[in-house]
Design a protein around this ligand. Sequence first.
Ligand code: HXC
Length: 510
Amino acid sequence: MQEILKELDRRRDLAKLGGGEKRIEAQHRRGKLTARERIELLLDENSFEEWDIYVEHRCTDFGMGDNRIPGDGVVTGYGMINGRLVFVYSQDFTVFGGSLSEAHAEKICKVMDHAMKVGAPIIGISDSGGARIQEGVASLGGYAEVFQRNVMASGVVPQISMIMGPCAGGAVYSPAITDFIFMIQDTSYMFVTGPDVVKTVTHEIVTAEELGGAKTHTGKSGVADLAFENDVDAINRLRRFFDFLPLNNRSDVPERPTQDPADRLEKSLDSIIPANPNKPYDMKAVIGKIVDESDFFEIQSDYAKNIIIGFARMEGSTVGIVANQPLVLAGCLDIQSSIKAARFVRFCDAFSIPLITFVDVPGFMPGTAQEYGGIIKHGAKLLYAYAECTVPKITVITRKAYGGAYDVMASKHLRGDVNLAWPTAEIAVMGAKGAVEIIFRQDLDDAEKIERRTEEYKEKFANPFNASRRGYIDDVIQPSKTRKRICRSLVMLKTKQLENPWRKHGNIPL
Ligand code: HXC
């Protein structure tokens, strides 16, 4: 028996070495952790249960028959993050460059299937040269099996992708389907075709980092949600992020004890809106003053900064925050911000996370770039997402809510549950100046008349009371009491029940 146990240890130790000491050293020299080290750091101590450590590929072509490494380039299993279940897979670059073989894909599929069965999130760590070239179409089939599961899991369990090395070719489409993509500065990249192919086809000369590094995808393309400094920073932040997420689409949002009183008044909010309506202020400061312990986990913070999205807690329970940012493009809605917020709203809706929307929006962004780019279709995504969603929706209009953007930003008409306004709110078809220039065009050369008309328009519409009279706003509140009012509304909405009509699925304007 002792011999058998020794043999077991020997096999395990061998498997744990992956591609061997030399390749592990090379991984460390690049500033990267190994697949196993990443899992160790991500999961609670001693909570990792590894599966399929002895799985090997079945390829015999190109000398692969004599080249088998237990585990086959991916470490899979489950464990806990702060006591909550999660399934993980972590590609091991030290084994065949983390490339995906048929067996490697089967390992990933196994944990995905189990995650779906028990209702737990999946975290995938990518560090891979893509399809295992020696396996040809078997590897492509393996990818497609993963994609299919990604799609089936979408909206059922949260899926998070950590890109911690290369992720190229069709391999990018698995992370692309998942709910969140995080990257590491300087050591991770994602692209459909690499710099060499780009050079051949389009004659552009570009580095891998410029083409698909963390900065590119968090700032330019919007493909990734956040970029972290290094592996350790990324994993620590991921653990914090995970705490906000429900385990699946039937579980409640996680709750965590808080010392922050629900009825805390925040006096500074009474003076945060500048007297001049054209002067911006930082909406992130507003959010910080309202949510539990100022703990706001912003995502996509470097992309479409005119809208803010992220998670926070109210009375200990997770909420999703969407807010216009007057500091950037005056908080206008454009193509990028509409898409960014729409996807977030849909995530929250899928996982029963109540939405709090802070509105200060002068309208949709004008211009040929926006129209040619399809703002009509893209803006409609946000409208569709808000109109479709059935989670509790609380809206606070802090200042401007003009035109179509008023409708879109979780208005009463899109089934907003509680719609509040600060006394500084201006709810109208457009700003006073623009409105007067259109409806009193004949008086344009009479400055005095125009001035009078503008004042008249402001008095009539640049306030929240016109909308309140119609019940479009449930109450005009003192800004300092916003937290208290939101907390009470959330308690009232805890048992909200609302169902959309049966359909196979809607047809969101993609
Ligand atoms: C098999 C691979 C591999 C792959 C890397 N390796 N990629 N083995 N299949 N796809 C092996 C290398 O042979 C090498 O083995 C080891 O992994 C480390 O690779 P290096 O090249 O030494 O590392 P590095 O210099 O860091 O370069 C990393 C890399 C490069 C940029 C990822 O390896 C590379 O370009 N690989 C090929 C990428 C690629 O074209 N993949 C297919 C994409 S198409 P040894 O034994 O020498 O250490 C695709 C389609 C998916 O993925 C479709 C889904 C629908």
